[in-house]
Write a protein that binds this ligand. Structure first.
Ligand SMILES: Nc1ncnc2c1ncn2[C@@H]1O[C@H](COP(=O)(O)OP(=O)(O)O)[C@@H](O)[C@H]1O
Ligand SMILES: [Mg+2]
Length: 252
């Protein structure tokens, strides 16, 4: 695959019950970019991400990843390039042990056992979860599950990392650990989130969705300083940009 550019052109998606979740959505993301997808509940973030791994296919419009149109035929290529961390880790973990879960993808690629073992150990070490390798995934805490889910994706060595609400349900320490880990991932990152403080830390670019379409796309700081836009998208300025109420008391 060349360059791993992600390009959605005029994508619409209508669910079988006729809900129009995406309406003429276009966005182009180049290799190495870190892009936040933000917007109110129901604005289409999860539907958009589901198209990047071919869980859903557009009703109209097109999606290209690394030069391939995303179709049923190209799915094996697409899924080698794109790794998705689902919002709910239980959707991603289904084997009897953590080790088996992380080994599952590399084994399916047909890699030799030594290579599979090396990938499992390396990715569990990266997320700080090697000590959990013999545990049963469904008995882990939310933060531990999220770490293991990320390891299952890293073990596939993707060029594009896609995450849906990665910090939802994490305690502050687990959240900080995750942000620091994501800072070390140098490939393309596409992150749907309500955590605008995380966006400030990780994403130079932000795409704002409303009712299934892009209403703004640009440098994160420009977007977060545009109060009218934030209101329109039902978003709040990140805490760090709100100013300390003691240093800046409201004018009487
Ligand atoms: N499986 C589904 N069937 C029908 N409508 C759905 C389904 N999943 C999501 N939707 C609808 O599609 C729209 C976009 O939802 P979603 O992509 O989940 O938004 P977000 O992730 O931004 O909260 C919403 O109106 C939602 O109700
Ligand atoms: Mg969602």
């Amino acid at each position: 695959m060349s360059h791993h550019i992600v390009e959605l052109k005029d994508v619409t998606y209508t669910y079988p019950d006729q809900t129009e979740a995406l309406r003429g959505l276009s966005v182009r993301i180049t290799h190495g970019e870190s892009v936040a997808i933000v917007g109110a509940n129901g604005s289409g973030k999860t539907t958009l991400l589901s198209h990047l791994i071919g869980v859903l296919f557009p009703t109209s419009g097109s999606i290209n990843i690394g030069g391939y149109p995303v179709t049923k035929k190209t799915l094996p290529h697409v899924r080698r390039a794109v790794g998705m961390v689902f919002q709910n880790s239980d959707d991603q973990l289904f084997m009897p042990t953590v080790y088996d879960d992380v080994a599952f993808g590399p084994l399916n690629l047909g890699l030799p056992p030594e290579e599979v073992d090396a990938r499992v150990i390396a990715s569990l070490t990266t997320v700080g979860a090697l000590h959990l390798k013999d545990r049963t995934p469904y008995r882990l805490s939310g933060g531990q599950k999220r770490s293991v889910a990320i390891a299952t994706v890293l073990a596939m060595d993707p060029c594009i990392l896609v995450m849906d609400e990665p910090t939802a349900g994490l305690d502050p320490a687990a959240r900080r650990q995750l942000i620091n880990l994501l800072k070390t991932f140098e490939h393309t990152k596409i992150i749907a989130t309500h955590d605008l403080d995380l966006v400030l830390d990780l994403c130079a670019r932000t795409v704002v969705l409303s009712a299934g379409t892009v209403i703004a796309d640009g440098p994160t700081l420009d977007i977060f300083n545009n109060e009218e836009l934030l209101n329109k998208a039902h978003l709040e300025k990140p805490f760090r940009m709100q100013g300390c109420p003691i240093c800046h008391p409201p004018k009487r």
